[in-house]
Design a protein around this ligand. Structure first.
Ligand SMILES: Nc1ncnc2c1ncn2[C@@H]1O[C@H](COP(=O)(O)OP(=O)(O)OP(=O)(O)O)[C@@H](O)[C@H]1O
Ligand SMILES: O=P(O)(O)OC[C@H]1O[C@H](OP(=O)(O)OP(=O)(O)O)[C@H](O)[C@@H]1O
Length: 290
């Protein structure tokens, strides 16, 4: 009888996605103890081995089947060029991969850079991005790989332009660069190997992470309200299916609880107070199954 290999889940070992991924694991109830300097940890209650890898390598491991599931950026998935199952967008790690050039050049698009030298940590995507203008001119744009501090390449004379990530734009501006074209948008994504034998664990992790992500988007609001104000207040907080309304022992008074979007919660509280609700409380939800 053959036994299945252990289920492996990869998350970035450092960098921009690390903290958020740790929170996702905690929110999904995947408890583990990681020894100092070790990049492998075993989950406490589930048959899952966690592996901590560079974000840029995760897609390759998942695509080739050495790892069953992983969290990384869409940019890394696209750059790896492998086929993975895209399970779920995670809503964090949002940024744009952009062609950037020194402000003083005044370049307006990739045609202005064509035939020049590009530095990037995304050589495959950068080369693809230039393939149409290269083909139309018959000359090639030189794409060179650098592993980090990409924004320094123009100032150091190594490149005419760079293809690098932009979130707030702070790094780019500090280096005297500006966006001249967008290559792709990216955010963190949960991926799996299409041929993994562990479909049951993949679905379990997906459900748990989905529950956690949904929970972080919503909050529970509760308040007390008179029968006169109840109808209007429940239009402010209609909930997901409907609000829970409970009669209080005080005559003509009701307690209401309902789900609200985290982004709307403060406005809803203001509106409820104006509409006559009292004892308005807001609660964080730690996980959910909707
Ligand atoms: N400024 C940013 N804002 C949001 N997401 C980002 C940002 N920079 C990177 N990311 C996302 O995080 C992924 C990993 O990037 P990061 O620079 O953290 O990787 P790293 O090179 O492994 O870490 P480090 O920079 O610490 O060496 C990127 O591929 C992208 O999806
Ligand atoms: O638009 P911003 O908010 O400034 O973010 C963009 C920067 O963030 C990332 O680098 P990171 O700081 O992770 O370091 P790295 O250059 O070593 O990859 C990315 O490579 C950019 O340089």
């Amino acid at each position: 009888m053959s036994t299945l290999p252990p289920f492996r889940l990869a998350i970035p070992k450092k960098g921009r996605l690390y903290d958020k991924c740790s929170k996702v694991l905690e929110g999904a109830g995947l408890e583990y103890r990681r020894e100092a300097r070790l990049d492998v940890a075993v989950c406490k209650d589930l048959p899952i081995t966690l592996v901590f890898l560079p974000a840029s390598d995760i897609s390759n491991y998942v695509g080739l089947g050495d790892v069953d599931m992983g969290i990384t950026g869409q940019d890394c998935v696209a750059e790896s060029g492998v086929t993975v199952e895209e399970e779920m967008m995670l809503g964090f790690g949002k940024c744009k991969l952009c062609l950037q050039a020194p402000v003083e050049k005044g370049w307006k698009g990739k045609e202005d850079v064509q035939g020049g030298r590009i530095c990037t940590s995304f050589p495959l995507l950068a080369s693809k991005f230039f393939s149409d203008v290269d083909a139309s001119t018959g000359s090639s744009t030189l794409v060179r790989y650098v592993s980090g501090s990409v924004e320094a390449a123009c100032g150091l004379g190594l490149a005419d332009a760079v293809v690098d990530l932009v979130e707030t734009g702070t790094t780019m501006k500090a280096a005297g660069l500006e966006v001249i074209a967008e290559v792709m948008q990216s955010e963190a994504i949960l991926i799996s190997n299409p041929n993994s034998k562990h479909k049951d664990i993949i679905n379990l992790i997906k459900k748990r992470i989905e529950g956690y992500i949904t929970a972080t988007k919503f909050m529970m609001i509760s308040y007390n309200v008179s029968s006169a104000s109840l109808p209007f207040c429940t239009t402010i907080t209609p909930g997901k299916t409907s609000p829970t309304v409970t009669k209080l022992s005080e005559e003509g008074m009701y307690a209401v609880s309902a789900l609200v979007k985290r982004s709307d919660a403060s406005v809803k509280m203001d509106e409820l107070m104006k509409a006559g609700a009292k004892d308005i409380l807001l609660f964080t939800i730690s996980n959910s199954r909707m």
